[in-house]
Design a protein. Structure first.
Length: 151
């Protein structure tokens, strides 16, 4: 039995890697470069999807501060439209928006968490652009808008 195993191992070792690599079809030398034709498909553009408008739920579990990416005054400066990247509902929902107004600036902080409805739900990891509009106590004027979630 030992002789059979040794003979099998010897046959396996001597047959591995001794032949030259197989040549590609149409190639005349082993070192010839691979030539490919360019694809003739036309590029497609993905339509830009508008941010999903959301409102605070006020009942999120484990709320935490998140940073927004854009702030745009609307309604003649009486409100601010915020845009940020988030996850999908009910796994990630807007819990609340905190606004602190002073004479020189308006600090806006977004809080997100998980909806209580998200029990026994599979949450996919995909980014969704969301937006919400916040009313101000007085028009923005020359005040600066700052992200309250920034350190």
């Amino acid at each position: 039995m030992t002789a059979t195993v040794l003979a099998g191992c010897l046959a396996l070792v001597t047959s591995c890697g001794t032949d030259a690599p197989a040549r590609q079809a149409g190639s005349t030398t082993p070192d010839a470069p691979v030539v490919a034709s360019p694809a003739t498909t036309t590029p497609t553009t993905t339509p830009t999807k508008a941010p999903e408008p959301v409102k605070p739920t006020g009942d999120a579990v484990n709320p935490h501060k998140i940073r927004w990416s854009k702030a745009k005054p609307v309604s003649k400066g009486k409100a601010v439209k915020l845009t940020w990247w988030s996850g999908v509902a009910p796994c990630t929902v807007l819990h609340k928006v905190k606004v602190k107004e002073t004479r020189k600036r308006v600090a806006i902080t977004l809080y997100e968490g998980t909806s209580p409805k998200a029990k026994n739900v599979s949450c996919i990891m995909i980014a969704v652009e969301k937006t919400t509009t916040v009313k101000l106590k007085r028009p923005l004027g020359k005040r600066k808008i700052v992200d309250g979630a920034k350190p």
